[in-house]
Design a protein around this ligand. Structure first.
Ligand SMILES: Nc1ncnc2c1ncn2[C@@H]1O[C@H](COP(=O)(O)OP(=O)(O)O)[C@@H](O)[C@H]1O
Ligand SMILES: [Mg+2]
Length: 352
């Protein structure tokens, strides 16, 4: 057990790290952020900050030596250099979870081996591969980079087979996925302790705009609720197979044939931000509790319902209007520059 007062290391300097650090502070911990950028909105609320590259092993080792436990808020950290971290402090979730989740081919293969069902997919490394993938899987579909994609970045929609010819391949490993006809999208967010205790939050119904999460609503619609049990069973299998400690997220499509696995994130998730006010214990606090070996808090709802809206780009300028309604819970991440498509904050409303 790592008692309050100790230092928690966080790899990654964005809003997820910021919200983990705020929850950790409430429990009496201090946090140390490690990130490559000079300005980190997570470090802004932390006791210590190391600016370093994710493959700088001496810097990672020096950072970990100052921490009682290390976690991450960003999954595109190379797994191999993390041996420099684990030599000095426990790393939760394990590096294996990163290796699986940071590559779309690995995550789909891993989940298939556990009985999960993703969209039909094929590896693409050349124009020939792409033609073959579109011929066998069909169009419409989506070509995605295997690594480093987020918020719909690194994706190309193939509406008809001939569109494949117009794609300029980016020279990175890719994957082609058949387009899933879904009724709705939802996520399963769980927390798992080292002893294997698992708790789930209510699944949010997620609506994306332009590949970016726009709104999460709890409770989800009945079509989703009917599929949550099956999706949870898969998520628990994934967590157990990885010996996972902390918060884990799986995204699903609710389809006429049941839940189709989309992707996983080995971390707290945007579709769980509603838990800060909408659940008895937030995803951030339970992540801290799990990685420190504390008892978990209840994941039960704190209201009849919750709606979380992301503030993307210019939306953040609406903060005066948002605050003029006393029922709104405003979260701004403190990012200096507003850019189109950038997550600047979110607003949560409870249905009491
Ligand atoms: N195979 C697919 N079929 C239908 N919609 C998809 C598919 N893949 C992605 N999408 C849509 O694009 C969104 C973002 O894609 P996702 O694979 O989750 O990437 P990211 O890593 O950017 O979140 C999804 O939430 C979904 O709305
Ligand atoms: Mg996604």
């Amino acid at each position: 057990m790592i008692p309050p007062g100790e230092m928690i290391g966080i790899l990654g300097g964005g809003q997820l790290g910021r919200m983990i650090a705020l929850a950790a502070a409430n429990l009496g911990y201090r946090c140390h952020v490690y990130a490559p950028e000079a300005d980190s909105i997570a470090a802004d609320v932390c006791a210590a900050f190391t600016q370093g590259e994710y493959d700088d092993e001496p810097a990672l080792a020096a950072f970990a030596a100052q921490c009682a436990v290390v976690t991450y808020e960003f999954e595109n950290v190379a797994a191999t250099p993390l041996a420099a971290v684990t030599a000095h402090a426990p790393l939760h979730p394990p590096a294996r979870a990163l290796e699986v989740a940071q590559d779309r081919v690995n995550e789909k293969s891993f989940v298939e081996a556990l009985g999960g069902r993703p969209a039909p997919w094929a590896k693409v490394d050349s124009m020939e591969d792409l033609r073959a993938a579109v011929a066998s899987i069909g169009a419409p579909g989506i070509l995605k980079t295997r690594r480093d994609g987020y918020d719909g970045k690194g994706q190309w929609r193939i509406v008809q087979a001939s569109d494949a010819e117009a794609v300029e391949l980016p020279g990175k490993p890719l994957i082609y996925e058949g387009f899933v006809t879904f009724d709705a999208e939802f996520s399963v967010i769980l927390v798992r302790t080292e002893a294997g205790e698992v708790r789930f939050w209510d699944s949010a119904e997620n609506v994306h705009k332009g590949g970016i999460l726009d709104r999460s609503t709890v409770p989800a619609s009945p079509v989703i609720l009917a599929q949550v049990e099956e999706a949870r069973a898969l998520a628990a299998k994934v967590a157990d197979a990885l010996g996972y400690v902390g918060v884990l997220t799986l995204e699903f499509f609710a389809t006429a044939d049941g839940p189709v696995f989309n992707e996983m994130a080995p971390r707290v998730h945007n579709s769980g931000h509603w838990t800060i006010e909408g659940a008895l214990t937030s995803q951030f606090e339970n992540h801290v509790r799990a990685i420190c070996g504390l008892p978990l808090g209840s994941t039960a709802l704190a209201a009849k319902g919750v709606v979380m809206d992301n503030l993307i780009g210019d939306d953040a300028h609406d903060w005066p209007a948002i605050l003029s309604d006393p029922a709104n819970h405003l979260h701004l991440y403190g990012k200096a520059a507003v850019r189109p498509g950038r997550k600047m904050g979110h607003v949560t409303r409870l249905v009491l």
